[in-house]
Write a protein that binds this ligand. Sequence first.
Ligand SMILES: Cc1cc2nc3c(=O)[nH]c(=O)nc-3n(C[C@H](O)[C@H](O)[C@H](O)COP(=O)(O)OP(=O)(O)OC[C@H]3O[C@@H](n4cnc5c(N)ncnc54)[C@H](O)[C@@H]3O)c2cc1C
Length: 479
Amino acid sequence: MSLKELIMKKIDIAIIGSGIGGSLTAALNKNKDIVVFEKDHNLGGCASTFKRFGAYFNSGATTFVGYENGHIIKNIFDKVGLKPDILQSEIAIRNIQGNKKVDRVQNFEEFLTQLNNVYYHKNNRVFWTKIKQIDEKFWKLKHIYFAKYSLKAFFKSSIFILELLKEFKTDLLISADKFINDTLPNISAEYKAFIDSQLLITLQTTSQNATLLSMSLGLAYPFHKVFYVNGGMGKLIEDLLKDVKVNKNEQVISIQKNDKQYILKTTKDEYLCNKVVLNSTIFDSSKLFEDEKIKSYFQGFKFGDQSAFVVYLKLNIKKELIHHYQIVLNKQIPNCISNSFFVSLSDINDEKMSKDGLSLTISTHSKAIFWEGLTKKEYEEKKEETKEFIIKEFLKYFDTVKEENITRSFAATSKTFYSFINRTNCGGKPINIKSAFSLPSCNTPFKGLYNVGDTVFAGQGWPGVAIGVNVLNKELNKI
Ligand SMILES: Cc1cc2nc3c(=O)[nH]c(=O)nc-3n(C[C@H](O)[C@H](O)[C@H](O)COP(=O)(O)OP(=O)(O)OC[C@H]3O[C@@H](n4cnc5c(N)ncnc54)[C@H](O)[C@@H]3O)c2cc1C
């Protein structure tokens, strides 16, 4: 060890990023010598809550799902000893398309009755029963595991694949589109849009590129309990990290590998670490390394340009509205890749988020490339155009809200996400039959270097990221 290394601060496990992945991993290992480095002032990345103009807003994620017995999220929270301050949204999501409305409620029969009222198909029961059954089976799997680069990892991943084959058999090979066309022949364009708009949110893709398995997990999301988080989504992250050493406002700039350890250079200091967990996206991690082998490993993952456009509103009203709406339009949103947007409102009784009125996060899908190569003026104009379009459409559907009730409005693009949380891509890579085997895993070919987050197995959102956290935790603790 060099003299320089001798005087450096030592850490056993350094976690780069306080997103869902970094925070759940840190909480599960809170008794170890562990430090979480977070570039931003707020914790949680896409699942953070921030303050602007004196009001609080959820930056991206707003729905919390999986806090129910037997589910991975509750299991992790129980292990960590955290009881979240949450409120079940009885109507998980109200889906509105023109004059058609379907409430995604947990109760299957109630949901089916509503669905049949607006998107009747004689096989609706068969279709949705299958979706629900596949989802239920998935969350009961015992050996969910996906890692690479060692014989042991290969063996354990094979056990998982065998379990998948045993449970799902040929269903595993069926594409979402085929299942829809076979089960719901002559499905109307509107009904298909109802399905696809939900998949875009949960899977970042439509039925065209999904498998029956991934479509089932995406569509069955509201058959689980969906929760509103009091105090904002970021409160969950803060609670998860309350017993963990967190270095906020400290960005990791470079990571250098020596024989057995990693030297971390941050905006404030240098550290010598035994293990490094990267919660940066798989596409952004290469920038941190000079070592050619590590760099080229990360560069091997093709950039998935799935990004978000988000509008934040503060309303000077306090009305009891449901927490989440999805509005499906009959036209495309400008500068976006979707014809729908997702509206989340703060709960009227949430003292922090609803102080002086409701706080809204409205999100839709865009691409990072749409916001690149523009002059400042062009960028601002494009952003304003998209924001105003969404606000205008939003007002059409919420007749209890008038334009004059909006006291603050501003928006975020992939550029905004980059400047705050270092990522332009905002969403996991959709898993389909082709991409399943090229997915990044939580371990890397380099000893002591790990990945976690929504661009790594198993994907995005609290449940998807948590699956990866479980695998990573086994690797870190060599179970
Ligand atoms: C608009 C939108 C709405 C969504 N809605 C939902 C929802 O309702 N429910 C749901 O479950 N999921 C939702 N998701 C998905 C979910 O938010 C993400 O999948 C999840 O939050 C990603 O977690 P992650 O672990 O990958 O970390 P990230 O959120 O990517 O966070 C990574 C963190 O690492 C930090 N970081 C990166 N590089 C460095 C560095 N070099 N040094 C220090 N810090 C660094 C970043 O600042 C960031 O805080 C939504 C996502 C978006 C964008």
